[in-house]
Design a protein around this ligand. Structure first.
Ligand code: ADP
Length: 469
């Protein structure tokens, strides 16, 4: 074969090698074709890393004295040694010696052959360097991939809204929660940087960060599973709620009980006129009603918890229900100096009149309880309107209002807004959760709008007639 052909073949061969040994194998192949040698060793540093024939090593006395000189010269060199020639072919890249091929041959090569050897050494050097660079890139890829894959956080890179990279954790999370990806895309559109996602009792916190890679914008998404943190937070909240509930309920029981006890003791301990007795009995009656109401709330709550809270619907004149509710809270309103205004046109509907009365009493009592002491004219306005096939009952007050960040929670069991305005106002935090349940049992809904210092509007929407009867 012509030397040019050999070189082309060699170039083709080494372009495909993927490890150093294969390169030396190819190198030995071409050297065999252009040189007649008996032994070949490849040295890297002081170590022989390849030999032909296998396990045959050239005595290092043949070349050891020339190593430094070759490293500086970087040219194939053949020196006579006794009856043979020792050939040293440095494989290098950019004046850096990568390895050294040592051969023992009986013929001194021509100047032309040495030129070819120089070219072969150069091509081999480039390939070796490429292999080395490839290994560095591959090692660092493996390094980062391992770190990313053992991470407990999901990491995703989005490019033009498509996933370009995801680590193992992200793959697992996205497989289990396929909706999460569309949520990420939605938040990407609205440029939200942080959001939380909840599904199937699992909570995730996500952060979206724009990054520039290869001159183009991408989004780095990190997904953290915060279910445990949320559970701990919930347990803490439940604990706090329990403590508050016990404190509230004790207070709710003690106040009327203390009043009843005090009035009865007074009645037993001193002679009284008939009017005084009547007045004391009325107070005792009101206080026992308060106790009864509390017990009813607890009973309703236990039914709500066990899913046994039921409604019994019948044809009902809603204004009558409202009138009864108003009468029930009238005295309470007077004590708090709150004016009750009612607007109701006669509407017939099908509902549980007692439960709806309970709803209205609760909303009115709250409006009175949470009235604003600093306002001269305190009111609660109740209006009922018929709209399409619905009844809207609006209970509007100019009381203390509800902070925006608490508004979502007020229908939760035991929840009470906890601040200096509400601190002294008695309650168990059960009323609105029972109200909501009753409204929903009717197929209706309850909404609230409120502003601190201005007042609140509770809106109960009930179907005008329903098939619950
Ligand atoms: P309670 O009245 O026993 O505290 P509720 O479940 O009826 O419990 O109400 C929950 C919380 O919602 C109240 O503690 C209060 O903080 C807030 N709230 C309810 N109604 C009003 C209102 N009309 N004005 C201001 N705050 C209210």
């Amino acid at each position: 074969m012509e030397i040019q052909q050999l070189l082309s073949k060699y170039m083709l061969e080494i372009s495909k090698v993927d490890d150093e040994n294969k390169l030396y194998y190819a190198l030995v192949g071409i050297l065999k074709r252009i040189l007649d040698f008996q032994v070949l060793n490849v040295l890297k540093g002081n170590e022989v890393i390849y030999s032909e024939p296998t396990e045959v090593f050239i005595d290092n006395n043949h070349y050891i004295d020339y190593l430094q000189w070759i490293e500086e010269r970087l040219q194939p060199t053949f020196l006579p040694f006794e009856d043979v020639y020792v050939g040293m072919i440095p494989i290098f890249k950019s004046s850096k010696l990568l390895s050294l091929v040592i051969i023992l041959t009986t013929h001194e090569p021509t100047a032309e052959t040495i030129d070819y050897l120089q070219l072969i050494a150069y091509l081999s050097g480039i390939t070796l360097e490429n292999l080395r660079l490839f290994r560095i890139v591959d090692d660092s890829r493996q390094y980062y991939e391992t770190i990313l894959n053992v991470s407990n956080d999901g990491i995703v890179v989005l490019y033009k809204e498509e996933i370009e990279f995801k680590n193992l954790k992200a793959e697992q999370i996205l497989n289990e929660h396929p909706k999460l990806l569309s949520k990420i895309k939605e938040n990407l559109e609205s440029s939200t940087e942080f959001f939380e996602f909840e599904e199937l009792q699992a909570f995730f916190s996500l952060s979206l960060k724009k990054i520039e890679l290869f001159g183009e914008e991408r989004t780095l998404v990190s997904i953290r599973n915060i279910t445990t943190e949320k559970e701990i937070q919930k347990l803490r909240e439940v604990d706090k709620i329990k403590t508050n509930f016990i404190a509230n309920i004790s207070h709710e029981l003690r106040t009327p009980l203390a009043a009843i006890k005090a009035y009865v003791e007074t009645m037993m301990g001193m002679p009284m006129s008939q009017e005084e007795i009547q007045e004391f009995l009325e107070i005792i009656f009101t206080q026992s009603q308060r106790l009864e109401q509390l017990l009813n709330d607890l009973l309703d709550f236990s039914q709500l918890e066990s899913g046994t809270l039921k409604i019994k619907t019948e044809k009902t004149e809603i204004c009558k229900v409202i009138e009864r509710a108003k009468n029930a809270v009238q005295k309470f309103a007077e004590e708090h100096n709150v004016n009750i205004l009612i607007e109701c046109s006669n509407i017939m509907t099908i509902c549980d009149p007692y439960k709806i009365e309970q709803v209205i009493v609760n909303l009115l009592s709250n409006a009175i309880k949470f009235s604003d002491r600093t306002k001269e004219h305190k009111y609660v306005k109740l209006s009922v309107v018929e709209e399409n096939d619905k009844i809207r009952i609006l209970v509007e007050d100019n009381g203390i209002g509800i902070p925006e960040d608490k508004i979502d929670k007020i229908f939760d069991k035991f929840y009470r807004v906890d601040n200096e305005l509400t601190y002294a106002i008695p309650g168990t935090g059960l009323g609105l959760s029972i109200v909501k349940e009753i409204v929903e049992l009717h197929g209706g809904e309850i909404k609230v709008e409120s502003q601190v210092g201005v007042g609140s509007i509770f809106e109960v929407i009930l179907p005008l007639s329903n098939n619950l009867s």
